[in-house]
Each structure stands twice: as C-alpha cells, then as structure tokens.
Design a protein around this ligand. Structure first.
Ligand code: GAF
Length: 382
C-alpha cells in the first residue's frame, strides 16, 4: 500500500515545496462485458484496492512537470502538451492536461509526483487509473466543476487522441465512478449507471485475480483490429453499433456477414451483451453462484470467437474450473494480463494452489494471485 505521507514527502523533495493535495484513483477488474464498450454495449467492472496515487502543486506558468516513483531520474518537463510530442510513460499524465485544455477548461501548469500500486500490463487498468487521478486533481485544483463521467470521457479522449490507444469508456468510468462493495453496471451508449451490490464475503464467496504476468498493451495493433472488425460488422448489418443487433435474431444476422472473422466478432459482442444482462438478472435475484457458468461461457467466446485469449489465460480458466471454481474468465483487453476466478471461500486456497501448480508443471512464470474486493472510486486523500 502506498502511504499518502510518503507521496507528499517525495513531492516536497523533488520540487522543493509542499504539494497542495494528494489524490488517488483505482484500477479495476471487469466482471463481465468485454470489448462491448466500443460497441455501445454493457459492461460491469468494479474497482480494485490498488490505486494510482499522486501529489499535485500548481505552477505559475503552463508547463507540466511529472515524476513517477517507478521511473528513476528527474521529473519529465513538458512545456506545452500537444499530441505527437511523446514523452512515453508521461503521456498518460500530460495527455489529460491537454484534453482538459483542448475542451476549453482553464488549466494552468502543475507539478506531479505519482506512485501507483496498480500492476502495469496486467489488464487491470493501470493507465486509466493514472488518467483519472490527474483529471480529478485538476478538476479540484482549478475548480472546473466537472462531473465524474465528464472527467472519464475526457480521459478516454486523452488516451485515444494523445496516447493513440483506441480504447472504449469502461476503464476510466470504472476508476472515476465505482463505489465500495458494488460492481458498476454501465450502459456505454447513454452512459447511464447502476451500482449493483457485490459483497462476496458475506455469501462465503471469493473472487481471485490471477495475473498471468504475460504483458499486453492496447496501443499495439490487435485491439484496434478487433475494433475495426466490429465496426465493419455493424456496417454490413446496417446498424449504428453491434449493440443494435438483437440476441434473438443473431443466427439470421450471422448469415448476412461476409467472413468467418467478422461473424466471430459479431457473435461475441451480441452474446456478451446478453451475458451481461443474464449476470445482472442473477445478481438481482440474489443468485451470485449462478454467474459462474456465464463467466466460463464468456471466456470461451473471447477465446474462440473474439480470439484475444492466450494459452496462459486459458490455463487459468481450465485449471481453476477443474479444481472446483464456480467460474472463471479472462478480464480486460486480453492478449495476456489477468483472469478472474469465482470460488467458494472454503476452496479458494486449494483452487489458487492448483492454478499455480498448473503453471509450474508447464514451466511457466508463476502467476500472481490475489483476492479482489470491490473498492471505492477516485478520491482526494489529503
Ligand atoms: C481495455 C479497454 F481499455 C477498454 O475500453 C475495454 O475495451 C477493454 O479493454 C475490453 O473490454 O481495457
């Protein structure tokens, strides 16, 4: 856990003055609804206790100085953040300054020191956590008066335009809007939200996150190819987005598509939106154990139709289910990263052990396993 005082003190050491405040924003796991967010569909993430924490101080000019506890060396100075002036890791911070200014908000220069506990490249939204902590801090410091969903949308624009990753709205919204003890049901078309109680401990259940340690990145081509393929599918079917393809007419819609590749993408999105609706109904009915098989179906769809799993993610799901888990699936963008595993509390340790042993017996890097408890969204901590 990162201590607020450590982050504030390090800021003072770096910049020679006290920060005006410290904020933090969480990473997330997604319970169900994968790659639906750029198809106007449904998602259901919840926030992790892991956060990006950052201390801020306003400057008298318009420059941005950023420093990360994970990167050795002096702060990076960006005199005038505009897309195309890449400073690598610092892009996730300065892009948000750009997005706010580009939207007409009066945001001056800032000094920032960041310390994040969200694992990077693990499919747990480490980048969105950084974007959202910057947006929330600037909103407070410069008294912009923006709502959390507006901040999330500006962060998505920062990531799309400045960082160059064509991601949807789920991760930033999760980081900005999740609440402790709940999963967030989000309709990514109209951005309406519902906080759905998700307290597993009281039911004798646990949700494990298994980080395969296979690193992924969304700026690389495969994510964009899936997105373009979904858009091509929607165009072939004459709909605004794949959200508009009714589940009941899926077989007929699939017959009208031009290739097996697009058929797979469309089948995943349409069935995945349906799975989110099934999970919501099960949770509303109090049948949390009933979501297990839906998670497993979701994984098969991501593996076979959307083709974004990898052998390590499949191994987590197969070994966890064989060891008695109620359900499991990859979570996040895919091509590596993490899986989630729903287990009875009493068998959680045994299931985790079985997964770790399955990796060891194949000579794979040991996965990192932890329990995820739905945590709070972004907040000011000092
Ligand atoms: C990544 C993206 F950033 C999200 O917008 C979403 O598309 C997700 O992959 C897949 O559901 O996390």
């Amino acid at each position: 856990m990162t201590e607020v005082t450590d982050v504030a003190e390090e800021f003072g050491r770096l910049y020679g003055y006290e920060p005006e405040g410290v904020w933090e924003a969480p990473g997330r796991v997604n319970l169900i609804g994968e790659h639906t967010d750029y198809n106007d569909g449904f998602v259901m993430p919840f926030a992790l206790p892991h956060t990006a924490m950052a201390a801020f101080g306003r400057r008298t000019d318009s420059a941005v100085r950023v420093h990360s506890a994970d990167i050795a060396g002096e702060p990076v100075v960006v005199a005038d953040p505009v897309p195309g002036t890449s400073a690598d890791w610092a892009d996730y911070l300065v892009s948000v300054v750009w997005a706010l200014r580009d939207a007409g908000h009066a945001v001056g220069g800032v000094d920032v020191h960041l310390a994040s506990t969200v694992p990077t490249g693990a499919g747990l939204s480490s980048s969105a956590a950084i974007e959202v902590v910057v947006a929330l801090a600037l909103n407070d410091l410069f008294e912009l008066g923006l709502e959390r969903q507006q901040l999330a949308s500006l962060c998505q624009r920062a990531e799309n335009v400045y960082v160059g990753a064509p991601t949807g709205i789920m991760d930033q919204t999760a980081s900005a809007c999740c609440t402790s003890g709940h999963a967030l049901f989000l309709d990514t078309r109209d951005l309406s939200q519902r906080q759905v109680p998700f307290d597993l401990a009281s039911l004798g259940l646990r949700l494990l996150v298994v980080d395969t340690q296979v690193k992924h990145s969304h700026s690389e081509g495969e994510y964009g190819k899936r997105r373009a393929g979904c858009e091509a599918g929607a165009a072939e079917l004459g709909v605004t987005a794949l959200r508009d393809v009714p589940f009941a007419s899926l077989p007929d819609s699939l017959d009208r598509l031009s290739s097996d590749e697009i058929r797979g993408l469309v089948r995943h999105i349409v069935t995945e939106n349906h799975r989110v609706e099934r999970v919501i109904s099960l949770l509303d009915a109090g049948d949390v154990r009933g979501i297990g098989p839906v998670l497993v179906e979701g994984h098969a769809s991501l593996r076979d139709d959307f083709r974004i799993s990898c052998p390590e993610l499949d191994l987590v799901v197969d070994s966890a289910v064989s060891a008695g888990a109620l359900g499991a699936r990859m979570t996040g963008g895919g091509f590596g990263g993490s899986a989630i595993v729903l287990v009875e509390e009493a068998s959680a340790d045994q299931v985790a052990k079985s997964v770790v042993e399955a990796f060891a017996s194949r000579g794979l890097t040991e996965p990192r396993v932890f329990t995820a408890v739905p945590a709070a969204g972004a907040r000011r901590v000092r």
